[in-house]
Ligand binder design. Structure first.
Ligand code: ADP
Ligand code: MG
Length: 687
């Protein structure tokens, strides 16, 4: 029986025990329908399943006992608005006084001679053991709160765990174990998954630890499968697309010989992996992961060089105007010894005349077009496209990536500075092969990082001045005060003026923020050393390269995620000088301190990314709005690697047989994927 249709639509408001007020509260938690309610999973559990005898209770333990009330409870008033009920209870092994604080209604349940389950903490009073009770249940009804594993929910005020549990029980009784399963019985058997109705009941009200584990596994698999399948569908399955192979891959040494340094072993390995792909008639889909400063640009240049030598044009897309211009400058330098390899820049901010010239060059076979989102424009026609590189992938939405690939089956190289774990990469980029640049160029120093409080401002500025006097340069990153650009611009402007008039009066200080028109000019002045200090919002976060900069000061560091701080820190330590990162923290919270501590202890982007995701979840980590990646509730991307692998394989198998899930048996699956994604980003389109 298919009851799903009605149930997923059925508003939670009309479920027994909800009503208008509570429906509103649940809505604020993202729960609209009966199905949402069932997928509103506990954030944690309290294991109250261990029932012990009174003789076995140990002081300090929190346990359950099954015992009879020997007397009716007696109230002892301790002070105004604070009372305690006391009752002696017994089982076959002994007597125990139980104490109930303030909960008159709970005490009122107890009747002399009746048996109950008591859950609470064993304490000692003098030589006597006693129990401070948190829950009491009659022993002859089905236990809900004692003697079992009890769910805990993340709720808002106005809702309690008990209310939530009772509503979920009502939802379960409406569905009557008849919810449709996205997975067929054969599928479940193959991947060893329990059935959905069982899973949903057990995730809320586990019979025991084993059933809970089964439920979690099933639901985690489901999430990973929906995620993986949805992402693949968004991108289109490009794995078996054929393209013209690049024939001239052997001449790479001609290019590397002109570099002012030798490629690191890791860079060489990744270049080899890329060239091996490009030689094949199969399209390349490769993700290159490399920590900040690992030298991804040179690797990209190798690929562009080989494309050009094989007669193909390349496109490189950067997330910001500044970065596109910087890449443009780097590539012109890379290819200076090779006049036949030509580059143009194409950005949205360019003048019409320049743009027209760039588009013209693209049509006429220029080797490389570097730009921002402007390269996605339909105006850009490339006669012989062979390679598309996107830099700093995490800044782009899935959708844009799809758009870029759309209609242009070509080799794709995606470069990211956010070192995400292999397991996560597999889920998010299931169809990408992965290369890792796991080595920094030689001679890089560890950036000394200090987390300091506000009272250290003077010392920080003094230190900064010393470095400037030695000829070095510095960045100061200003807090993101408000998400609106205007206010942010004002805040950073005010801050800069203050510094310019006081502490840094004798230095050349520049200001950079998103609203500014002369961004490139200022960046240029900082690059050439004309400006000594760059006060900026996070627009410099990604990829900017000024090797003479040795100090990075971050104001209100507590507002940034670890990975973002790591990116910012990566702007210094790019030359041979010892570099410093000073994180000024205005929060005294435990978490803020913990984060500053992690930052000062490790320079490893991988470790930081992992910690960051643990602290914030993947949606936050990527900036869900930009990325369109739904939050996972059960699956853990760090510990469930086996499950991720198997969900990813399953997804690939299903799509290989039914690429757009148009078969009847996949109707419901497709619907669920749509829901799973639309929860976060309404604009994604599945066809
Ligand atoms: P990212 O991976 O963060 O994009 P970049 O490509 O900007 O890093 O490189 C960072 C710096 O390292 C640049 O100044 C670049 O010239 C330098 N670099 C890259 N590869 C090497 C190498 N093999 N040896 C020495 N320096 C290198
Ligand atoms: Mg880079």
């Amino acid at each position: 029986m298919k009851r799903e249709d009605n149930l997923s639509e059925k508003s939670i408001q009309y479920v027994k025990g909800v009503g208008e007020q509570r429906a509103k509260l649940f809505r604020s938690l993202g729960v609209e329908t009966v199905l949402d309610m069932l997928y509103f999973f506990p954030r944690d559990y309290e294991d109250r399943s261990r029932i012990v005898s009174i003789a076995q209770c140990r002081e300090g333990e929190t346990v359950c006992i099954r015992a009879r009330a020997e007397v009716n409870p007696r109230e002892q008033r301790i002070r105004k608005n604070f009372s305690m009920f006391r009752c002696a209870v017994s089982d076959a092994t002994g007597m125990l006084p139980v104490l109930i604080f303030n909960q008159k209604y709970m005490a009122a349940k107890l009747e002399r001679g009746q048996e109950y389950l008591f859950y609470g903490k064993i304490t000692r009073s003098g030589r006597e053991k006693q129990m401070t009770v948190t829950e009491i249940e009659s022993s002859n009804q089905e236990s809900k709160l004692c003697g079992r594993i009890v769910p805990k929910y993340h709720l808002v005020s106005g809702l309690t765990g008990k209310i939530c549990m009772s509503i979920i029980r009502n939802c379960l009784s409406i569905t009557e174990g008849q919810l449709e399963d996205v997975f067929s019985p054969e599928f479940r058997e193959r991947y060893q998954l329990c059935e959905i109705n069982f899973a949903l009941e057990q995730i809320h009200f586990p019979k025991d630890a084993h059933s809970l584990a089964l439920a979690k596994r099933r639901l985690a698999f489901e999430e990973l499968f929906l995620l993986s399948t949805g992402l693949r569908m968004l991108r289109g399955n490009r794995q078996n697309v054929t393209v013209t192979p690049f024939l001239n891959t052997d001449c790479i040494s001609e290019f590397t010989a002109t570099l002012p340094y030798e490629l690191t072993e890791a860079q060489q390995r990744v270049v080899r992996e890329i060239l091996t792909d490009l030689k094949q008639p199969r399209v390349m889909n490769r993700l290159v992961q490399g920590d900040v400063g690992s030298g991804k640009t040179a690797v990209a240049a190798c690929a562009v060089f080989i494309a050009a030598k094989s007669g193909f044009q390349s496109v490189m897309m950067a997330p910001t105007e500044i970065l596109a211009r910087q890449h443009y400058a780097s590539f012109q330098q890379f290819f200076a010894p090779f006049p036949e390899i030509t580059c143009v820049l194409l950005t949205g901010k360019m003048k019409k005349k320049e743009k027209t010239a760039a588009l013209e060059a693209a049509r006429n076979g220029v080797s490389l077009i570097i730009g921002t989102h402007a390269v996605l424009s339909e105006e850009l026609q490339i006669s012989n496209l062979g390679l598309v590189i996107t830099d700093e992938q995490h800044r782009f939405g899935v959708r844009q990536r799809a758009a870029l690939a759309h209609g242009q089956e070509t080799n794709m190289l995606v470069m990211t500075a956010t070192p995400i774990p292999r397991t996560l990469a597999l889920t998010l980029y299931g169809d990408l092969d992965l290369s890792v640049i796991d080595q920094l160029p030689p001679g890089r120093q560890v950036i000394k990082t200090y987390g300091v409080g506000e009272h250290m401002h003077d010392r920080t500025y003094n230190f900064l001045k010393k470095e400037l006097d030695r000829g070095r340069q510095a960045y100061i990153i200003c807090p993101l005060v408000d998400p609106s650009d205007v206010l942010e611009a004002e805040a950073v402007t005010e801050y800069a003026e203050k510094l310019q008039n006081r502490e840094l009066a004798n230095y050349h200080v520049g200001l950079l923020h998103g609203k500014l028109k002369e961004k490139d000019q200022i960046m240029e002045q900082f690059s050439t050393g004309e400006l000594q200090v760059l006060i900026s919002t996070t627009v410099v976060e990604v990829g900017v390269n000024v090797p003479n900069a040795t100090v990075m000061i971050v104001e209100n560091a507590e507002r940034f995620g670890l990975s973002q701080l790591h990116q910012l820190r990566g702007r210094v330590g790019r030359g041979s000088f010892q570099s410093y990162c000073i994180l000024i923290c205005r929060s005294n919270s435990e978490i803020a301190h913990q984060r500053m501590e992690i930052m000062s202890k490790t320079n490893d982007g991988f470790v930081l990314a992992q910690k960051d995701m643990e602290l914030r979840g993947i949606g936050e980590f990527f900036g869900t709005r930009q990325h369109g990646v739904p939050e996972l509730k059960v699956a853990n991307l760090f510990t469930d690697s086996g499950l991720i692998q198997s969900a990813s394989n399953a997804s690939s198998l299903v799509l290989s047989k039914d690429p757009d899930l148009s078969q009847k048996e996949h109707f419901y699956l497709k619907e669920r994927i749509r829901r799973f994604f639309s929860y976060e980003s309404k604009e994604l389109v599945f066809n």
